[in-house]
Design a binder for this molecule. Sequence first.
Ligand code: SF4
Length: 266
Amino acid sequence: MHKDHPALHEATRLFVEQQLMGLEQDLQRAKKIKATITSLKGLYAELDPVAEKVAKEASSPCEAGCNHCCYILTLCSIPEGLVLAEAVLKRPDWKAVGRDLRQMAKVTCNPELTHGLYFRKQLACALLDKKTGQCSAYAERPSACRFHYVITEPELCSIGPEPKSVKVIDFRDLERRVWAHCAQLFPMTMTAPLPLVVLFCMPMLKKDKYFRQLLSGLPDPARWFYVVREQIPQLAKEAVGERGGEIVLNRSNLTEETADEDEDAG
Ligand code: SF4
């Protein structure tokens, strides 16, 4: 075809238009994602001092380096996953972290999974720094970790042959606040295992062919949720949690959980 042929001009115009439209959509999407991350970090900054004050008043022994709770199955929402994914992608070793997340995500796709079964496997969260024993994404951790404080001996949080009784501070009000906020920020309001959600969020923030490999064979968090909902109603109920509603801070309620049993909260 001659280079000045009108049909060629038209095709070029359409192609350029499509590219620009795609670019515009990408930009809008990137802006929305950035705004979601900023907004949720703002809420974390608002709620952290509340939780820390209550934990201090209750003499919680939780401190950096104590990480028994990082072996619990942690569920999080997409906005919480985006905050974590952004932190992971800033690391030079993000591909290695991605591989660890993939390994953990595969474990969570077991339809027989329960919180107790997962805890008994004693698999450290992929974001736990094995050298320091500290969370490598502490500032970005999701509400399930952020508001998990015990008031019993740390030893009781560890795995053991017998079930142990652990008392946690009831911060469900704060968690609900985060969930309600997340529901406003992102249409998919349910939660799924942290490694799966973070992996799913990483390609939303960065284009890289490696994500195809990392996500290959894994369900997206919505699919995980629906499969689990049918097969494990209790786990799915915990995954949905309670959303929205009036938030009243309850500073004194304490709840008990048992570390080794299937009823463990994640
Ligand atoms: S995100 Fe951090 S605090 Fe939460 S389970 Fe993982 S390592 Fe522990």
